[in-house]
Every structure is written in structure tokens, then in C-alpha cells.
Design a protein around this ligand. Structure first.
Ligand code: ADP
Ligand code: ZN
Ligand code: ZN
Length: 732
């Protein structure tokens, strides 16, 4: 007896057994390979299942097993390394295998659409057609002509046949006689070619030369290079070598905003097919890019985090650029860290993995010191660029105009007058984070979250940044009906207004998720900035991600204070990375850069070390603190969260989980909580959490699996939702 063991995208953490579809022979069934898609009945729907094994028995009695409807693939579309990767990720993140494996397929194939190879439709002779004697078909001259043409070429596209006067009806008659067959016209494979790269400086060549021999087998490398040190040039030269060897390269980048810029830099260098994979694509575009990666016609695949699950048939190198970036962690559903999956993938596929950043994550630095990763450094800026000079501006008692001190305003003015560009950083979008009544003290709160509503003056709206709530901006106080409602605090819209009032004759660009809505918004901005004309760019975190703006000579952090007092254990790491990255935008080409940091706390130790210490030194300090408290990367974490209709329900669930799990927890682990999450109410649900800490990855895994096993058996009254997050980014 044969039984199909399938993974199905569903919240259930189990596999599903089905009988094979009717009408398949024993041999056909025995030949079904893991990874193929199968259409099956599931509840009242028909869904796609992924075959993991053909088994000889099931713990469900055979007469209760339903037959599958149809086998969708003759051979698996993903190779066995990918299948192993999915299995590893499902185990490691304790997530249903069906949802993990679905991540390796584009939406169309997940929905069960047939797999189609790329290429234009065309025709070729069949075996029978090849054996046809000359002069046959004399009575149908069109058919004879078509055959004559096909005898001279291995295949001809339908379009070119039509252009030579041969209709599709003629071809169909030949098909009926089994003289011709359909085929796909593949574009002639051209050898990937690269244009010559820059002459590498000494540091760069040392890195590149030591990495060349790594191609061809697994090893993991951390490339730590200050902004502007020419990391990208190192990537490009490695990629060139890799595609010369007829291998493919997968490049992960943090944001879609970066794709046009990265893409154009790659296209200028390589004369080969490059595809991009990110959430801004239509389903069809995504399918085409995925298939080009899979079948190998694309030599270079550039994508955001989910691209780590794209199959590539000749993978030779994985690069994770800006590897410290938090966006590599998926924060809902299947919660994986693309950087960590990349390292595992390199191991399974036998190719090197290169993690690059000016400000590497504590995890990667730690792995490098433990010699799990090889550490390469670029300490100088490439070309002629000099490091920027950084200074603090103490804004205590200073007059501020929408957060901008006189000293900063003057610095902007001088920059513009020197025909240079200024970049101002403020990590809060909207006009103001709060709307308050000056008469009675009323504050605009979100009705669904423990959060204040943000004033968006341009849209005349109050909006919640944690749910979809959006209200008209009131003219009077809803509590006392007075007219003294005033925005409090600072957002990008407000600073933009103040800058326009003073520097109206220069172009001012605001860059945040409100202003960068359109698909081409970032590309347009980049083009503008690359003209080098003087202008002001004002924006949020969006600005700090690896963009290369050669004309910027002044960078200012409008408010460094907000980040200084974070309660999250990663707060200091993020702050140091952010400030280092922002500062790195200054003076990347010929002009010398200047960085101004505005603060009320000029004596704060973090700000001090930013002025005087290298990133590496600051990282060692942070790692020392993590060591002292057993936090990652020294210790290991998993977070259980519940979202429930009232505040107690979730905590009761977690308490029950804790009580049941505790007797069998490994000794090196500890549970903290349950506790209400610091922002407890989100979009109308109450969130509670319980944290698992461990001193080894192994015990963290054992304990987390034990807890998940129990959680699955607990009742979930009132539709409580629980989730587990292994290696969480945020714990508060
Ligand atoms: P990173 O990725 O480390 O921020 P990039 O690779 O973007 O740095 O390089 C920064 C700038 O330096 C770019 O303008 C790049 O063209 C230039 N550059 C990089 N390497 C060299 C080199 N070897 N010689 C001259 N210019 C270089
Ligand atoms: Zn009021
Ligand atoms: Zn809300």
C-alpha cells in the first residue's frame, strides 16, 4: 500500500496522509519524488499539498484516508537541498512545514497553477516528422512548406512561422498527424560577461583574494567595512568570478526601496540576466523572476528577505548586504531570520555566504570572534573620500524651530550656499506624535491600542501607527469643546514646514513611508540627488539604508534623545548602528562631510563613545553587557505571545503553559513571565508574553519544542491566539 505524506499550509503543526490519486500505476506512485505539488481536498476546499514521502503505512486507518485529486508536478520544482532547508527551518522556528515550504513557491504555484517553463511558444519536428521522406505531403503545399522550414532549423517560433505565411491551422493539422510537436523557444544562452571593475585598493584586494578560493564550498564570512569603504565593489568582483564559473548568485538586501539602485549598479557591471524578487511585484512578475532563478537563466537574483527561499539551480554564492538590518527578520506568520537561514542554506548547498555591513549585528560579530565566521575588514573609505567630522550640538535652553537649532539652520544654509546637499534625519513621520488640548489636557488616544494618535496635518488626519485607525483632525476639543487643540512633539512634516519657510528657494525632499508611496518614488529621489544639485533631504530611517548619495556633505540627527532611553536589550545596539549609518551618509565622494547630532544629553556615555570610539570598540562594550545578563548572542531566547479579547485570558493561558511545562524544562533554561506586553492593547486585542531564556541553543530548542507541544494541547477560550518567536528581534 502507498500513502502520500504531505505538508499543507495550515496552522496545524502536523503532516497529512492521503491516498494517491486514482488511476496512477504502482510504479508511477512509487516514483513520486519529495517536493512535488499535489492537489487535495482539505476540509471543504481544494488546496495544494507538498509531498514529503511515499509511505507504506499510516496511523490513520486507510478507509478514512481521502484520495488526492491530482499530481501537479512530474518532477519536483525545488531541489533536495531546498527541501532540507525548509525542513530545518520548520524544526528550528517550530513552524508548520506546509507554511515553510509554501515560502519556496511563488503565489501562482501555491495556488496550484500549472508550472510553465519560460520561453516563446514554437514548433519542432516530431520523431515521426523527422523520418518523413522528402516530397511527402505534396498535396498540401502549406504543410509541406512548414515541414521544409522545420527541417532546416531545430525549432521555429510560432510568430516567425506566422510571418512566413504559415497559419496556426496548418500547424494544428501537422500536429494531428503527429509530425510536429510544441516546444519552447529559449533565448540563446549567452555567456555571462562583466565589464572591468575598479582597481581595488589594498584592503579590498586582500579581501577579494582571500575570498576567491572560498568559492565552491561552504564557509561563512563577515565583511565589516565602514560606509563608503567599497564593500559593494568587493561583492561585484566576487560575483564576476562566480558567474564566470557559470554559477548563480543570490543577493539579499533589506528594503525594496534599495532595489532600483542596487539593480542599476549591477546592470552597469554585468551583461547577464539579473532578476529581482520583492513584495512590490505582481504575481506574474514574481513567477517569471522565480522561474528564471530556478531554471538558471538568471545569473544574479537580488531580493528582500523572502528571496532566501527562492530555488536556484546552480547557486554559487549568497550575499547578505546590511546584514544587521532588522528587516531580515520576519515579524509575523512564519517568523524567520533570513540572515540565519542564509547561513544554513550555504551549508546545505555547499556555497560560501558573505554577510556585509558597516555596523554588523552583535550576533555576527560574536560568531566571528568564535571563529565560526571569517572576519574581513575594510577600515578606510575607498577612493578619495575622507571620514566625516562629528560634533554634538547641546540644544538645552536653545531656541528651536520645529526641532532645529540656530546652529543647525546655519550649517544647512552654508551647505546649500556651497552648492552641496544636506541630509536631516528624524525618525518620526507625521506632523506631531500627539494632539493635546491646552485648556483641559485631553490627548488624542487610539480607541483600539495603548497608543496616541499621530497628527498628519497635510492629510488633515489623526492616524494610529499601530493599527489602521484614522480620524478627521478635530478643530475643537471633543472633551471641553475649546479651540486650544495643539500638536505636541515633532514629526517630519513639521520640520519640513520649518525648512520650507527658511529655505523655500531650494528643493526639499521628504523621505518617509507617507511620502514614498509610489513604486518609483525612491528611484526618482535617487536620480534627483545624483545630479548633485544643492538640496535638502529630510527623512526617517528609510534614508539610512545603504543608499549612496555622493553629493551630501552635511548630515544632521535632529533628535538623538528618543533612542537613548530604550527599554529593549537591543536598544543600544540599534542606536549605535543608526547613528553610525546616518553619519556614514556624509561626504562619500570628494567633499568632506560634517555630522551634527542634536541632543539634550551631550554627556550621555553612548553619545560620547560615538564621538571617540570605533564601531568595533562600541560593539565589544555592548557584547560585554549582553554577556553579563545572558542575552543574545551569548544567551538564547524564544518568546511566547498571546493575543486575546481581554487582558486576563492571555495571561491565564501562559500561566497554565508555564505550570505544565516547568517540571520537564532543561536545567539551563528559565521562563520569565507571563507579563502584559509593554504596549498591551493593539488593534483591539490584549497582548501578553512569556520569555524563555537559555544558555545554549540546544537547550533553548528542547525547551521551546516542549512548550509548543503543551501549548497545542491547551484550550484556547475566546479564540486566544498564541505564537512562538524563536530568536525574537524585540522583547518589549
Ligand atoms: P560601501 O558599499 O562599502 O558603502 P561602495 O562600494 O558603495 O561602498 O563604494 C563607495 C564609493 O567608493 C563608490 O562611489 C565607489 O564607486 C567608490 N569605490 C569603491 N571602491 C573603489 C576603488 N577601489 N577605487 C575607487 N573608488 C572606489
Ligand atoms: Zn479640552
Ligand atoms: Zn491603533
Amino acid at each position: 500500500m502507498h500513502i502520500l505524506r504531505l505538508a499543507i499550509a495550515s496552522p496545524l503543526r502536523s503532516l497529512f496522509d492521503y491516498m494517491p490519486p486514482e488511476g496512477l500505476s504502482e510504479d508511477q506512485i512509487a516514483g513520486l519524488q519529495p517536493g512535488i505539488r499535489v492537489r487535495i481536498p482539505f476540509g471543504r476546499r481544494e488546496v495544494t499539498g507538498y509531498l514529503l514521502a511515499v509511505c507504506s503505512h499510516s496511523h490513520i486507518s486507510p478507509d478514512k484516508l481521502k484520495p488526492a485529486i491530482e499530481v501537479l508536478d512530474q518532477t519536483p520544482l525545488i531541489n533536495s537541498a531546498m527541501l532540507h532547508l525548509c525542513q530545518w527551518a520548520a524544526d528550528y522556528y517550530i513552524h508548520p512545514m506546509g507554511e515553510v515550504i509554501a515560502a519556496a513557491f511563488p503565489p501562482k504555484l501555491r495556488l496550484g497553477k500549472p508550472h510553465q517553463e519560460l520561453g516563446d511558444p514554437g514548433w519542432a519536428l516530431s520523431h515521426r516528422g523527422m523520418g518523413l521522406p522528402e516530397g511527402a505531403l505534396g498535396r498540401s503545399p502549406r504543410q509541406a512548406q512548414a515541414l521544409a522550414l522545420l527541417q532546416q532549423a531545430p525549432a521555429i517560433s510560432s510568430q516567425s512561422l506566422a510571418e512566413q505565411g504559415i497559419s496556426s491551422a496548418v500547424m494544428r493539422s501537422l500536429l494531428a498527424k503527429e509530425l510536429v510537436q510544441h516546444c519552447l523557444m529559449k533565448p540563446a544562452a549567452k555567456a555571462p560577461r562583466s565589464r572591468p571593475g575598479l582597481d581595488l585598493n589594498e584592503e579590498q584586494s586582500r579581501v577579494v583574494t582571500s575570498l576567491y578560493p572560498a568559492l565552491g564550498s561552504f564557509s561563512c564570512h563577515l565583511l565589516e567595512g565602514v560606509t563608503g569603504s567599497g564593500k559593494t565593489e568587493v561583492y561585484l568582483q566576487l560575483i564576476a568570478r562566480c558567474i564566470e564559473q557559470n554559477k548563480q548568485v543570490l543577493v539579499l538586501i533589506p528594503e525594496i526601496g534599495l532595489t532600483p539602485q542596487t539593480l542599476s549598479r549591477f546592470e552597469q557591471r554585468f551583461d547577464t540576466s539579473i532578476v529581482t524578487l520583492h513584495s512590490g511585484l505582481t504575481d506574474t512578475q514574481r513567477y517569471l523572476a522565480w522561474e528564471a532563478a530556478r531554471e538558471g537563466s538568471a545569473s544574479i537574483v537580488i531580493g528582500t528577505r523572502s528571496a532566501i527561499f527562492a530555488p536556484l539551480c546552480r547557486l554559487g554564492l549568497i550575499i547578505v548586504d546590511e546584514e544587521h538590518d532588522a528587516s531580515f527578520k520576519q515579524q509575523d506568520g512564519f517568523r524567520y531570520a533570513a540572515r540565519d537561514v542564509a547561513v544554513k542554506r550555504g551549508q546545505l548547498e555547499g556555497c560560501p555566504v558573505l554577510l556585509g555591513s558597516a555596523t554588523p549585528s552583535m550576533e555576527s560579530i560574536y560568531n566571528a570572534t568564535k571563529t565560526r565566521y571569517r572576519h574581513h575588514q575594510l577600515q578606510n573609505r575607498a577612493g578619495n573620500a575622507r571620514p566625516p567630522s562629528i560634533r554634538m550640538v547641546d540644544i538645552r535652553k536653545q531656541p528651536l524651530e520645529a526641532g532645529l537649532s540656530t546652529e543647525l539652520m546655519n550649517a544647512v544654509e552654508q551647505t546649500l550656499q556651497r552648492n552641496e546637499q544636506a541630509l536631516l534625519f528624524l525618525n518620526r513621520r507625521g506632523y506631531a506624535p500627539t494632539l493635546q488640548c491646552h485648556d483641559c489636557g485631553w490627548i488624542a488616544q487610539c480607541r483600539h491600542c495603548d497608543a496616541r494618535l499621530t497628527v498628519h496635518r497635510r492629510q488633515r488626519k489623526l492616524r494610529c501607527h499601530h493599527c489602521t485607525a484614522s480620524l478627521r483632525l478635530p478643530d475643537s476639543c471633543p472633551l471641553c469643546q475649546g479651540s486650544a487643540v495643539t500638536p505636541a512633539g515633532l514629526g517630519t512634516e513639521q520640520s519640513e514646514e520649518a525648512l520650507r519657510a527658511r529655505f523655500g528657494s531650494w528643493p526639499i525632499y521628504r523621505v518617509d513611508s507617507d511620502s514614498m508611496q509610489g513604486r518609483n518614488a525612491m528611484q526618482t529621489l535617487v536620480t534627483q540627488l545624483n545630479t548633485g544639485d544643492p538640496c535638502i533631504v529630510l527623512g526617517t530611517q528609510m534614508l539610512t539604508k545603504g543608499h549612496h548619495f555622493p553629493g551630501i556633505s552635511l548630515v544632521a540627527v535632529i533628535d538623538a534623545d528618543a533612542a537613548l532611553f530604550s527599554s529593549d536589550f537591543r536598544g543600544e545596539e540599534r542606536m549605535v548602528q543608526l547613528l553610525t549609518q546616518v553619519a556614514g551618509r556624509a561626504g562619500r565622494a570628494a567633499v568632506v562631510g560634517e555630522v551634527i547630532i542634536q541632543t539634550h544629553y551631550p554627556d550621555h556615555p553612548i553619545l560620547h563613545s560615538i564621538l571617540s570610539d570605533s564601531y568595533a570598540t562600541q560593539a565589544q562594550t555592548i557584547l560585554g553587557k549582553r554577556q553579563a545578563v545572558g542575552m543574545p548572542p551569548v544567551g538564547f531566547l524564544a518568546m511566547f505571545r498571546t493575543d486575546a479579547a481581554d487582558a486576563q485570558m492571555g495571561e491565564r493561558f501562559l500561566q497554565q503553559l508555564r505550570r505544565r511545562a516547568e517540571p520537564k524544562l532543561p536545567r539551563e533554561t528559565r521562563l520569565i513571565g507571563p507579563l502584559p506586553s509593554p504596549m498591551q492593547r493593539r488593534a483591539g486585542k490584549f497582548r501578553s508574553q512569556m520569555m524563555l531564556t537559555a544558555t545554549s541553543r540546544k537547550s533553548a530548542q528542547i525547551a521551546a519544542r516542549h512548550l509548543v507541544g503543551i501549548a497545542q494541547t491547551l484550550p484556547t477560550p475566546g479564540g486566544i491566539k498564541w505564537t512562538i518567536d524563536v530568536d525574537p528581534q524585540d522583547v518589549f
